[in-house]
Write a protein that binds this ligand. Structure first.
Ligand SMILES: Nc1ncnc2c1ncn2[C@@H]1O[C@H](COP(=O)(O)OP(=O)(O)OP(=O)(O)O)[C@@H](O)[C@H]1O
Length: 199
């Protein structure tokens, strides 16, 4: 399932002119642009959560031909604000993730914690842990370090870049910080005036 490129072919949302590009396995495409320019909605279209035109493919799989719930598990969106629906953290995980927790600076007991005690930074890291517990074949990361202090930001950057490159999965990473884009991005795409341009 891994090692497959993600292709956008004339993908069009109501905010963006058609976008055609490829993100290779193990590659991170950073996406920047002003607030409200449509970054999150582009990710939601790729995840088949928002209406769009054009096509999205992951290797030989075409979004339009894959049931939406399967597609969203393969092409996993991690939104900036994560939603939690069970009482405890551990109930949301598909596979045990103790090594990942440690690498992200979280103690194993966090699995027993009620969701409503989590800080925003804990929630953000645990949303990443939950996403990888599904073993996705592509990641769509919407400002994955927005709620984190500088040290934890570096920790998450290190872990995420390692995960994406080792597993050889394509990833989009929405970021506002040009230094972060420099550190983690293999390509940099910027939205301006309704167009997505390479930088
Ligand atoms: N379901 C929706 N229907 C119509 N418009 C929407 C919907 N969701 C968001 N919008 C609008 O679409 C525009 C783009 O939103 P989006 O969340 O993609 O911006 P963004 O580039 O990710 O911004 P930010 O950097 O602030 O997160 C905004 O003006 C927003 O109000």
């Amino acid at each position: 399932m891994n090692q497959q490129p993600l292709y956008l072919d004339k993908l069009t949302t109501d905010l963006l002119e058609p976008v055609s590009l490829q993100v290779k396995p193990g590659e991170i495409a950073c996406l920047s642009g002003p607030s409200g320019s449509g970054k999150s909605r582009l990710l939601r279209a790729i995840a088949d959560l928002d209406p769009h035109e054009g096509s999205v493919r992951l290797g030989d799989y075409t979004q339009a031909k894959v049931p939406a719930h399967h597609w969203r598990r393969m092409v996993m969106l991690v939104p900036a604000e994560s939603a939690w629906w069970f009482d405890t953290v551990g109930e949301h995980m598909y596979t045990p993730q103790s090594a990942t927790l440690q690498e992200l600076g979280l103690e194993p007991e966090v699995m027993e914690w009620p969701v409503d005690r989590l800080s925003s930074g804990e929630k953000q890291r645990l949303a990443l842990v939950r996403a990888v517990s599904c073993e996705p074949a592509a990641l769509l990361l919407d400002e994955p370090t927005a709620n984190l202090d500088p040290d934890t930001t570096r920790l998450v950057e290190h872990w995420l870049t390692g995960y994406i490159r080792e597993r050889e999965i394509p990833a989009f990473w929405v970021a506002h910080d040009s230094e972060q884009i420099e550190r983690v991005g293999d390509q940099h795409l910027h939205i301006a005036g309704g167009r997505l341009e390479g930088h």
